[in-house]
Design a protein around this ligand. Structure first.
Ligand code: IPE
Ligand code: IPE
Ligand code: MG
Length: 240
């Protein structure tokens, strides 16, 4: 599939989601401000996106900011917003210029207006692209997403099915992630894609996000290719 050159046989992930955690600790260990960790993290993310698309991955979802992160000190949140303000267009533009559609998932109304505009413009500029996609989860929380979807269903006055409910989520139209990678040593989902991750393969790395290299990504994909995804069935059923 794609230009995949790292695995022979086995399964290749169409959609990878990344919980980029550990920017702050990475900086702290180097006696640097947390904001420097976030800047390095953002640069690393772009590198990983380029690598993933080169290998043939079709969708990448990045957990950039959770609804709970908004409770961090104002100084850190302002720093993150400034990072987006000053670098998002340039960095993401570089990846999207290769035919990648950008979508923001989350309650973006919680962002400053100029940032909402930057995201809207990027979404509009890239809406013409099909096939490859970057989803930026910003002001995203899975519980918030589910509650939001339930309220939409109530407004419509219709009972939901698993499929119709999925279409009320921020990730409408995006396939579920095959592989979710979390860096930064913690082994949890921290309110990320709780509905969509029902059968995702999970991969945890002890590396802090700014030091998660392209080779580390390759390693995660290789491990994914060796996993058996049963979706509730038996091994014998899978052979048929
Ligand atoms: C992840 O890194 C990025 C965001 C949550 C914005 P952290 O900022 O959580 O870094 P640590 O976990 O404190 O090291
Ligand atoms: C998860 O990291 C959120 C993002 C990576 C954006 P956190 O640092 O917020 O997670 P917890 O608080 O350690 O669970
Ligand atoms: Mg963290």
């Amino acid at each position: 599939m794609g230009k995949n050159t790292i695995i022979e046989g086995g399964r290749f992930p169409k959609h990878i989601a990344i919980i980029m955690d550990g920017n702050g600790r990475w900086a702290k260990r180097r006696l640097l401000p947390r904001s420097v960790g976030h800047k390095h993290g953002m640069e690393r993310m772009i590198g990983l996106m380029e690598r993933a698309f080169e290998l043939g991955v079709e969708y990448i979802t990045v957990y950039a900011l959770s609804t709970e992160n908004l409770k961090r000190p104002k100084e850190e949140i302002d720093g993150l917003f400034n990072l987006m303000r000053n670098h998002f267009r340039e960095y993401i533009g570089r990846v999207c210029a290769k035919g990648v559609r950008l979508r923001a998932i989350g309650d973006t109304s919680l962002l400053p207006e100029d940032l909402q505009q930057i995201l809207k413009d990027s979404e509009a500029e890239t809406a013409k692209y099909e096939g490859k996609g970057i989803n930026v989860a910003v002001c995203y929380g899975a519980r918030d997403e589910i509650v939001h979807a339930v309220n939409r269903a109530i407004e419509k006055g219709e009972k939901v099915t698993e499929e119709s409910f999925a279409n009320l989520l921020y990730t409408e139209g995006i396939p579920d992630p095959d592989l979710i990678i979390r860096t930064g040593k913690e082994v949890r989902l921290s309110n990320f894609l709780l509905y969509q991750a029902a059968y995702s393969e999970l991969y945890f790395s002890k590396k802090m996000f700014p030091e998660f290299s392209d080779r580390d990504l390759d390693k995660a994909i290789k491990e994914f290719s060796k996993r058996t995804r049963r979706f509730g069935k038996t091994d014998d059923q899978l052979k048929k």
